[in-house]
Design a protein around this ligand. Structure first.
Ligand SMILES: Cc1ncc(COP(=O)(O)O)c(C=O)c1O
Length: 481
């Protein structure tokens, strides 16, 4: 593929600029740069360049995208169209509330729906990512504990099981807490003895990612809840993967005090790519007065108002958060309804278990337990016997029109070194799952018959194996002739 600079020919232009009807404005000389190295191309070259680029990019709309922990599911295009309606897309956040009552109604309804789905009493829509939600939730917990136990509150530790999502400990540190790691037991759940040994009067909270990063439902949730609450700490639920449980169980009913969701995973906004996200945070009644400013309330006449909660932790983002993501989320919730949301979670779990069951005779599944929305296979045996690694299999999937699963996560040196984490998602049908299973089985056989082919894969892509470490650490994003 040619770079746009290689298509450049002096004098070619894309735009026809009409003759000026006013006298040209002379910029101050110091503002005018002469060293800009820009390509000169015709409109047709530009159109072809970007079309070619788009064909080389892989997205959920191109094919199966089982990237574990990321929920790369298909999002209905209708919801994008709804979010683009001028009444949603063209409002200004500084508009008088009286002129945007419909949009405030939407935010209010979304918050209420999410409270219903999570079993919480309050909800803020302000945070713009899952990790941002974690940070916000932990600030809520800190403010609540200080109000409850006084300024001298010594609860400065957050317990984080080792199967938690990586953002959990990072958010806890950012919110000013010390992180205490809790070990896993043989069933890959929280080791209750280790938890009992570590919980105490300095515990602010325990953050539980459920399903865990291994795609497992934590079996001892009620016991964990009791241990932490008895010690005076709070319970935080990382609900980024709500697509595995929504409509079936609720964090609030399991005793959790705070939860965050990733609307950009479960609720109809694509995850990843740096696009807009939304990580609403729900909380139980005793924390509602600390929620970010503003919250939305409805009066008896059905009018909506922005109010500052009594002991608000303040703002956590500009204005109200990412509104377009909220529009899509509510459209999704209203379209599916209570039964549809539950069905969608059931399909996410069914699809993952179907794939796991049909692969585990050749690929070692990380656990024999039923999984939730994703599962991990360990390719160590395959590597020992053929030299073909998890990465080689993942790369070969690209040639078959599939995005690789998440590689080398989880990575526990000496225990799991060759992991592939597969999340088929609820939006894939049986035919696609069967095709993916067939490809993975074929690649497994090929590892024995022609390992070199896999080690050189992908064969049919514009680039094959870039130096990923170099590309991540020293990216060259600017063209130099
Ligand atoms: C379980 C879990 N928690 C937290 C996050 C962080 O979300 P974000 O990337 O929006 O910050 C993710 C991301 O996918 C996740 O899977």
């Amino acid at each position: 593929m040619k770079l746009i600079f290689e298509r450049s020919r002096e004098g070619l232009r894309c735009a026809t600029i009409r003759p000026l009807e006013v006298s040209p404005y002379e910029f101050e000389k110091s503002y005018v740069r002469k060293d800009l190295d820009l390509p000169e191309v015709a409109e047709v070259d530009l159109a072809r360049h970007y079309t070619e680029l788009s064909h080389n990019a892989f997205g959920v709309d191109s094919g199966f995208y089982p990237l574990g922990s990321c929920t790369m599911k298909y999002n209905p295009k209708l919801n994008e169209e709804i979010a683009a309606l001028p009444g949603f897309a063209k409002v200004h956040p500084l508009q008088e509330p009286s002129t945007v009552q419909g949009n405030m109604h939407l935010m209010y309804d979304l918050a209420v729906s999410l409270m219903e789905l999570t079993g919480m009493d309050g909800m803020t829509l302000q945070p713009c990512a899952g990790a941002h939600g974690e940070f916000t939730g932990l600030l809520l917990i800190a403010a609540y504990l200080e109000a409850r136990d006084g300024k001298k509150c010594k609860r400065n530790k957050v317990l984080v099981p080792d199967t938690a999502h990586g953002t959990n400990p990072a958010s806890a540190v950012m919110a000013g807490f010390e992180v205490i790691n809790v070990k896993s037991n043989a069933e890959k759940g929280v080791d209750l003895d280790d938890l009992r040994a570590k919980v105490g009067p300095d515990t602010a909270a325990l953050m539980l990612t459920n399903p865990t990063t291994l795609g497992l439902f934590e079996k001892n949730i009620l016991e964990i809840e009791k241990i932490v609450h008895d010690a005076g700490g709070l319970l935080y639920y990382d609900g980024a993967n709500l697509n595995a449980i929504m409509g079936v169980v609720r964090p609030g009913d399991m005793g959790f005090d705070v939860v965050h969701l990733n609307l950009h995973k479960t609720f109809s906004t694509p995850h990843g790519g740096g696009g807009p996200g939304s990580g609403p945070v729900g909380c139980k009644q005793q924390l509602v007065e600390f929620l970010p400013d503003p919250s939305i309330i409805a009066d008896k006449k059905g009018r909506f108002h922005f109010v500052r909660p009594k002991h608000s932790i303040g703002k956590v983002s500009t204005f109200y958060g990412n509104f377009s993501v909220m529009v899509k989320a509510l459209a999704y919730i209203k379209t599916l309804g209570r039964d549809g949301l539950k069905e969608s979670a059931e399909h996410a779990v069914l699809n993952a278990n179907y794939m796991k069951a049909r692969l585990q005779d050749i690929y070692t599944a990380e656990t024999n337990r039923l999984c939730m929305h994703e599962f991990v296979i360990d390719l160590q045996k395959l590597k020992n016997e053929t030299g073909v690694s998890a990465k080689d299999v993942a790369k070969a999937m690209i040639d078959r029109g599939m995005h690789p699963p998440t590689m080398y996560f989880p990575h526990i040196p000496g225990v799991i070194d060759e992991a592939l984490m597969i999340e088929p998602t609820e939006t894939e049908n049986k035919q696609t799952l069967d095709e993916a299973i067939a490809v993975l089985r074929e690649l497994h056989d090929m590892a024995y018959s022609d390992p070199q082919y896999l080690k050189d894969a992908p064969h049919n892509m514009p680039i094959s194996r870039p130096d990923e470490v170099l590309a991540a650490r020293q990216p060259i994003v600017k063209y130099k002739a």
